[in-house]
Design a protein around this ligand. Structure first.
Ligand code: ADP
Length: 310
C-alpha cells in the first residue's frame, strides 16, 4: 500500500443479525485529506467508524490505517487514531485539566509531555485560562472543543469525527471547524468526518454519500454541485400540481414538499425574471440559487424517480 494512503478498506462488511449495516466498502483516503462520509440516519456511518477504530470487528473484508492492517494489531491502531463522538467521553464533574491528564495517562504520555500538549491544544481552542474550570461550567461549544483536544492529545495520524457539531449553535460550530482546520494545517492530520450538517462538508476534499450500508456517488463537493445543475429553482405555490405540470416538460420533475417545489435547472441561460412573470399569481414566491451539498443529498435520496418526498 502506498505510503500516502491514510485509510484503505477492501470489501469491508458488517452484519448485525439480518441487518447489513455496511456492505463491501472499498475506500482509499490519502494522508492529510479531509474526508466526509454523508448519509441518512442508519446508513452505516458510525458502524464504519467503529470498524476502522477496532471498536467492532468486521464480519468480512479488511482495512488498513496508515499502512497497518486493523485486524493485525488493534492496540497499535487505537494508538494511531483519535475519536470524537457525539456522546462526550468527558467527565463533567472534573476540570478540563483533570479530564485531559486522565486521558494523557491512558495514552502513556509523561507528565511533561502531557502538560506541554494540553497547553498547546488549549491555546488553539482559546481555553488556556480555563484549564482549572469544571466542564459543567463551560458552554456546549467549549466542552466539544475539550472533547476534540482529548481526541488528539496523542497526535493521532487519523482523526475520526462522528457528528462532532451536533447540538451546537452556528458560532460554536464555526469555532469547532476553525480548530479542526488548524489541527489539519499544523499537524497534517487526516480527518474522517460524518455529519448531518451537509454545508459543513463543503470544506471536505472529498465526500461520499452512503445509503443502507452502500457507497453511492461521491467526489469533490464543488464538482458534485456543478455536475448536479446550473441552478436550483425553488417555488412556493398554492397549486403545486398545476405548476408541476407546467414546468416539468421544461425542467424535469421537481422534488415536492407540500407547497414547495424544487427543480434542477441544467441550462445556465434561463430567464428567471421572465419565468416569474409567466407564472404570475399561480406562485407565492420563487428563488433561484447555485446548488449545494444539501441538494446533492436530496436529489440522491428523495428524487422524484425514487418516489420519495423531501
Ligand atoms: P448511521 O451512523 O449512519 O446512523 P449506524 O452505523 O449507526 O448508522 O447503523 C447502521 C445500521 O446498523 C442500522 O440499521 C442500525 O440499526 C444497525 N446497527 C448499528 N449498530 C448495531 C448494533 N450494535 N446491533 C444491531 N444493529 C446495529
Amino acid at each position: 500500500m502506498a505510503n500516502n494512503v491514510a485509510i484503505k478498506t477492501q470489501g469491508l462488511t458488517k452484519q448485525y443479525g439480518q441487518t447489513l449495516a455496511v456492505t463491501n466498502l472499498d475506500l482509499e483516503i490519502e494522508a492529510g485529506q479531509f474526508y466526509g462520509l454523508l448519509g441518512p440516519n442508519g446508513a452505516g456511518k458510525s458502524t464504519t467508524i467503529h470498524m476502522l477504530t477496532t471498536m467492532t470487528v468486521a464480519t468480512s473484508g479488511d482495512a488498513w490505517i496508515a499502512g497497518q492492517k486493523i485486524s493485525d494489531d488493534p492496540v497499535a491502531i487505537r494508538r494511531s487514531v483519535g475519536l470524537v463522538f457525539q456522546d462526550s467521553a468527558l467527565d463533567r464533574t472534573m476540570s478540563i485539566d483533570e479530564n485531559l491528564q486522565f486521558a494523557a495517562a491512558m495514552y502513556n504520555l509523561s507528565p511533561d509531555e502531557a502538560n506541554k500538549r494540553i497547553d498547546e491544544l488549549l491555546s488553539v481552542f482559546g481555553l488556556q485560562d480555563k484549564r482549572k474550570r469544571k466542564l459543567v461550567s463551560l458552554s456546549g461549544g467549549q466542552r466539544r472543543a475539550v472533547d476534540i483536544a482529548r481526541g488528539v492529545l496523542h497526535k493521532p495520524k487519523v482523526l475520526f469525527l462522528d457528528e462532532p457539531t451536533i447540538g451546537l449553535d452556528l458560532p460554536n460550530r464555526r469555532a469547532i471547524w476553525r480548530f479542526v482546520e488548524q489541527l489539519r494545517r499544523d499537524e497534517g492530520m487526516t480527518v474522517f468526518l460524518t455529519t448531518h450538517y451537509l454545508e459543513e462538508a463543503a470544506a471536505c476534499d472529498h465526500v461520499d454519500f452512503f445509503q443502507q450500508g452502500q457507497l453511492q456517488r461521491g467526489g469533490k463537493p464543488q464538482e458534485l454541485t456543478q455536475q448536479l445543475a446550473a441552478y436550483i429553482l425553488e417555488v412556493n405555490t398554492p397549486n403545486p400540481e398545476n405548476v408541476t405540470a407546467q414546468l416539468t416538460p421544461i425542467f424535469g420533475a421537481p422534488i415536492r414538499e407540500d407547497q414547495d417545489l424544487s427543480f434542477k435547472i441544467s441550462a445556465d441561460d434561463v430567464d428567471f425574471h421572465q419565468l416569474q412573470q409567466t407564472l404570475g399569481d399561480s406562485i407565492s414566491s420563487m428563488q433561484w440559487r447555485k446548488p449545494n451539498l444539501n441538494d446533492i443529498y436530496l436529489w440522491m435520496f428523495c428524487s422524484p424517480e425514487q418516489g420519495q418526498t423531501a
